[in-house]
Ligand binder design. Structure first.
Ligand code: WT7
Length: 638
């Protein structure tokens, strides 16, 4: 396979080359893609100064990413399976789509989108369960140059409306509902509620999945099957500029509303394919499975774009790891003879708790590579994954990256880079991480700890935040001029291996999902009885981090007090979705604030961790007494 590194010596050689001459390094990789017009220049960028960041890869190149998935692979792979879809209910039949079949469906739906007036540059919001049509819809958007904005189907109507409005999407694509385990989620009715607040939406396309009864708005709603009924399979891909926007994906930060991370066509494409084949060491004929939801960046890059660009067979799973039983993952591995398996530490920890027999009763001998993503993996979970799932023979790739990076950045190459539990190990060739101290000075050498930044662009990086370029600069480039700030702290050990420590900002990583504390506070504050709140993360055995909310309320009757926790949770559910629901809520009479009114989260974090002995300096607090009260009422196991 082209551009695949196959030995440690080659890795070090390529790494050196990529730093010495990044343009040449990336130019060679991009040669293997199909371009309508070659680029004039590999990279033109600035991280600082007027208009920054301004990052342009493959300048003036023209292409379409779907031509690189379909036309480029068609000769070899027309009859090879591209997507295997495993339904929520194991009794329902699976679906296998070859590259040829998937291509027809993408072109047909692309024509459908055109028919309802979607044009190049328009935004299309996708609010769908994990069904093949989600991949079809995103590729159809890319085919015609429309920008997809996928909203995870676990988000609430308010969260969906916020995202649709920010992107001013013209069309939303949803389904009557979605199955997850024993639950059926009424997606259409949630989308209906959202769309009432979305003046930009002209059409709502509805896929039939659960046969749930739904409401219908004539003139706005159209069934997916009706839309494609008389569409043919002829569709010429739109010519896209290398820097035309491919998609927007919303993610949380430490302040304000979620921001729309913008990825563009050529750089993202080159990076998704390069990282996929190298990290997982994918070989022709392998069956690869990433358990993520396409609503997150992992699904974008490593269920759809990376694997399909590579010409891989990619498994897509609609359900949950614990239904009908805790052996579901391993049953699927056996069923499709999965070779590369990629999941999240939170899923592994949840399965560890269910007992080993769910794993041992399935034949997992097809597995060659195991991967993790989304949060640090603790050593115990790593060992279980390595010893029990991988039988000690499968390398684990602990892949560190972010929505903003577009693809994997720091990771072992499977079977090539020697691994150590809980370490993401080394940067991929083309990636230049640095650790900075608080003054922004680069920490040289090994055995150092600091703020993880990048000192050179890579093709998959974000270009802006939708509708607010200044916010992109402020968030990622202003703190340390000339560097991209990841928001994570990291250690470089004595060998030069990276260990990711976690977020250094007010972002909580709950089950590998990024939740901004400010966002949760805003949601809690919507409850009429709430005066103020402060949210922090605390260590949680399964989720990695749980959400701990300290809340000040108005005077309440006993009956109101009895219900307040449940009501606050319901409020968060309504404004964000179940993933942001606080695990612990403590009603307090005050919050530890400095004289200037800033909440001292450090203290709240310590209390939430159950470590109130060492709170540091509290002398600057406005009312030190409040700390005692909070400690006394803290919801921690002692
Ligand atoms: C944040 C990014 C990238 C896809 C999933 C999450 C944390 C991610 C690791 C890892 C330790 C990790 C970081 C990062 N993170 N991978 N292997 N080890 N931490 O994407 O929602 O954009 O979150 O997830 O804190 O900044 P995301």
């Amino acid at each position: 396979m082209e551009n695949k590194i196959t030995s440690l010596a080659e890795y070090f050689q390529k790494y050196k080359e990529s730093v010495a001459d990044p343009d040449n390094f990336w130019g060679k990789i991009a040669e293997s893609h199909y371009w309508r017009k070659k680029w004039d220049q590999i990279l033109d960028y600035k991280f600082d100064g007027d208009g920054a960041p301004d990052v342009n890869w493959f300048v003036n190149g023209k292409l379409n990413i779907t031509e690189n998935i379909f036309e480029r692979n068609m000769f070899m792979r027309k009859d090879q399976v591209a997507i295997i879809w495993e339904p929520n209910d194991p009794k329902e039949p699976e679906i296998k789509l070859t590259y040829g079949e998937l291509f027809e469906k993408v072109k047909q739906f692309a024509n459908g989108l055109k028919k309802i007036g979607v044009e190049k540059g328009d935004r299309v919001a996708l609010y769908l369960p994990m069904v093949p049509e989600l991949a079809i819809a995103m590729l159809a958007c890319a085919r015609i140059g429309a920008i997809h904005s996928i909203v995870f189907a676990g988000f609430s109507a308010t969260a969906l409306a916020d995202r649709i409005n920010d992107a001013e999407a013209k069309v939303v694509i949803t389904s009557d509902g979605g199955f997850r385990g024993t639950k059926s989620i009424p997606l259409k009715s949630i989308a209906d509620e959202a769309v009432e607040k979305c003046p930009s939406i002209k059409t709502q396309v509805v896929l039939k999945r659960t046969e749930e009864e739904i409401k219908w708005v004539d003139g706005r709603d159209i069934w997916w099957h009706d839309l494609i009924a008389d569409m043919d399979y002829e569709n010429q891909a739109e010519t896209m500029d290398a820097e035309d926007v491919l998609f927007i994906l919303y993610t949380s930060g430490s302040t304000g509303k979620p921001k729309g991370v913008v990825h563009t066509t050529a750089g993202y494409m080159v990076y998704a394919e390069y990282t996929f084949k190298n990290v997982f060491q994918y070989s022709d004929g392998d069956v690869y499975w990433c358990t993520a939801d396409i609503g997150w960046v992992t699904g974008h890059s490593y269920i759809v774009y990376g694997p399909l660009l590579t010409g891989a067979t990619s498994v897509m799973f609609e359900g949950v790891p614990t239904w009908p039983d805790a052996g579901r993952f391993w049953e699927i591995v056996d069923k499709y003879k999965i070779n590369q398996f990629y999941t999240a530490p939170t899923a592994i920890r949840a399965l560890v708790a269910q007992g080993d027999e769910w794993v041992t009763k399935h034949d997992l001998s097809s597995l060659k590579v195991l991967g993790t993503v989304g949060e640090p993996i603790n050593e115990e979970a790593w060992r279980w994954y390595h010893d029990l799932v991988g039988k000690g023979r499968c390398p684990i790739v602990d892949t560190w990256w972010q929505t903003e990076t577009g693809g994997i950045m720091i990771t072992p190459l499977a079977g090539i880079t020697p691994t150590k539990p809980s370490l993401a190990t080394l940067p991929l060739p083309g990636v230049q991480p640095v650790l900075l101290d608080h003054e922004g000075k680069e920490l040289k050498g090994n055995s150092v700890e600091g703020i993880l930044c990048m000192k050179h662009p890579w093709p998959g990086m974000l270009r802006t935040t939708w509708g607010d370029h200044q916010r992109c600069y402020q968030t990622y480039f202003a703190s340390f001029p000339g560097y991209y700030l990841t928001g994570d702290g990291a250690k470089r050990d004595e060998e030069g291996y990276y260990r990711i420590i976690g977020r250094i900002d007010d972002v909580i990583n709950v089950s590998g999902h990024r939740i901004g504390t400010a966002e949760v506070e805003d949601a809690i504050n919507q409850h009429p009885k709430v005066v103020e709140s402060a949210v922090v993360g605390y260590p949680h055995e399964i989720k990695g981090a749980g959400i701990y909310a300290y809340v000040i309320c108005e005077d309440m009757t006993d009956a109101e007090l009895d219900n307040i926790e449940a009501e606050i949770k319901a409020t968060v559910n309504k404004f964000i979705g179940p993933i942001a629901k606080p695990d612990k809520i403590q009603i307090v009479s005050g919050l530890p604030k400095t004289r200037s009114g800033k909440i001292m989260r450090r203290i709240l974090r310590k209390i939430g961790e159950g470590d109130a002995t060492n709170l540091g300096d509290t002398s600057t607090l406005l009312d030190p007494g409040v700390v005692e009260e909070i400690i006394d009422g803290a919801k921690v196991e002692v």
